[in-house]
Ligand binder design. Structure first.
Ligand SMILES: Nc1ncnc2c1ncn2[C@@H]1O[C@H](COP(=O)(O)OP(=O)(O)OP(=O)(O)O)[C@@H](O)[C@H]1O
Ligand SMILES: [Mg+2]
Length: 136
């Protein structure tokens, strides 16, 4: 049996963050995880931070179109989020733990909410991924 997957492409605009979060919650709901569930809000937060990074730091000036792709794949009880952008000049860097004051808290949040996360360079741009297991 094939496991459910969702994949969409979004413009590099701030509005895409909320859209992707909503799409993620809809997908989880279709997998039987209600949006009120803490797992759903945690995963939605990870989607938000990765998407916010993709549309800001991963934006390539002068380009337009649906340059950011988000997918969520379910494999058993593990949910894997992938966010791909087309900017290959700089990579995500984890902020310093304990310093949650200014910027640089997004990936620290991802790091604490996800079981694992990482970056995969692509021919064009990169994919930032995060995995989290749903424990009933
Ligand atoms: N998709 C990306 N492409 C390029 N650089 C990235 C990407 N995501 C993150 N980075 C780099 O990693 C740094 C840390 O990301 P992080 O999300 O922790 O903080 P931030 O986005 O700067 O601030 P915050 O998320 O708190 O608003 C960023 O400042 C940026 O330099
Ligand atoms: Mg960020």
């Amino acid at each position: 049996m094939t496991e459910p997957t969702t994949r969409r492409q979004y413009p590099t605009s701030n509005r895409s963050v909320a859209r992707a979060r909503s799409d993620a919650l809809t997908f989880l709901n279709s997998c039987g995880i209600a949006r009120e569930n803490e797992f759903a809000s945690d995963l939605a937060l990870v989607v938000s931070e990765l998407m916010a990074n993709a549309v800001t730091h991963g934006r390539v000036p002068g380009t337009s179109g649906r340059q950011v792709a988000m997918s969520i794949e379910k494999a058993g009880s593990v949910y894997r989020i992938e966010v791909r952008d087309t900017q290959g000049d700089s990579m995500p860097v984890l902020g310093k733990p304990g310093d949650l004051s200014g910027e640089g808290r997004g990936l620290l949040l991802v790091d604490s909410l996800a079981d694992k996360w990482g970056v995969r360079p692509e021919r064009v741009g990169k994919t930032v991924w995060a995995e989290k297991e749903f424990n009933k």
